[in-house]
Design a protein around this ligand. Sequence first.
Ligand code: UDX
Ligand code: UDX
Length: 438
Amino acid sequence: MSFKKEKICVIGAGYVGLVSGTCFAQIGHRVVCVDNNKEKIENLEKGILPIYEPGLEKMISKNKREGRLSFATSIAQGVGESNIIFIAVHTPTKENGETNLQYVEDVSREVARAMDKYKVLVSKSTMPVNTGQKIKEIITKYCPKGLAFDIVSNPEFLKEGTAIKDFLEPDRIVIGVESKKAEKIMRGIYKPIKSPIIFTSIESSEIIKHACNAFLATKISFINAIANICEKNSANVEEVAMAMGLDKRIGSDFLKAGIGFGGSCFPKDVDAFINVAKKSGYEFNLLKEVKKINKKQREIFLDNIIRHVPDIKGKNIAVWGLSFKPDTDDMREAPSVDIINGLIAQGAIVKAFDPVAIKKSKEIFKDEIMYCKDAKEALRDSVALVVLTEWGHFKKIKPEEIKKLMKFPRIFDGRNIFPLRKMADLGFDYHSIGKNKK
Ligand code: UDX
Ligand code: UDX
């Protein structure tokens, strides 16, 4: 396909920056990924990735080999070599719910100082409304006097685990622009991707991102609240969610009840959006409740374990899954952290296994928990199995085998991976989310 191949710089080679930069290279652009973490860049140059994301390693090495993808630590170098600059550094939330924009601001200043001709500066990280204008002020202040540039907001909608597919085949691409020139350039870089592009104002684009994540988080807390009602009334939340989801106005995605949402985005974005609303003179109480339900969901699950395992102190508890969701090694805001801390506080001996997150987990739990070489080893001598992440691999292990390995056949299934009736028939003391044993 003929289209203009651009020179792109992506600043921040984290989950989002690395996937975005690699995918831009994959569709034909020449991309330099910049990160101020020297070790990360040295490793990337050697082919060692800082994250686990299915398909990414192969795609990086292919694009590096074919000369479309490179890495650097210097923003000045990246900006010098490129016409379009994406900012993908992290935007954490402070204690008070406000977004910490220090990294975005620092990077913007450095970009401005390195600019010598017209560039498009694109926000990829999630930023509160009006950040684009803040970036514009910084660039105007620090770039050579009178130099033309455009700012753009182009939020990411990448789910960890399926981030490459989400980038290359998105439901839609959202681009907030202020000029026709920037609109044309942005339309051009996404030309190989066959998805609708929605052009909006920068402010709408910034709000779209927060509104999407806040809405998805709301769906999850809503179904978790329904799960709690189901449990008390002999109903089954999976049946309820399935029937609800078939109503096209509701949709079936993000209606999976469990131990709540974690990760680097939903908890942070819900907090940030509550703050954005407050600053706009609106108390977003609905989102405050979404947050409370999410926290409570972990507590209810933990209390249930403590209530049902007699004399838990000193007992082995098998934990399957540490990452906040399957197909990632990310443990940021993972429900596993709170739940494992709760088990440790009770004096339980936690025997944990995760297919990829053990390395990240060791940064949080060192000697406090035992790490097992596989899922089955965790079960040995355990009086309970606690399922915290629905890795596909776990679903393939036969319940009969689980029963044989455990000291007592008891399961707390935080992600509803096992069939309720079968577990009861096999004689498990089986606890799931939103499904009554009757
Ligand atoms: C980030 C944002 O936090 C999130 O809001 C957005 O939606 C997606 O991008 P993520 O990619 O998960 O999230 O962040 P992280 O994995 O922490 O990566 C950020 C990278 O930026 C790190 O590699 C860090 O070293 C780098 N960085 C940070 C810089 O290169 N320069 C800085 O000044 C700060
Ligand atoms: C999210 C957004 O979906 C994505 O568009 C981008 O903005 C980054 O943030 P991510 O956090 O990677 O992606 O994963 P996601 O699949 O959205 O799951 C987030 C959390 O919600 C996980 O802890 C997951 O277990 C939980 N979840 C999700 C549920 O509990 N039930 C569901 O039905 C769906």
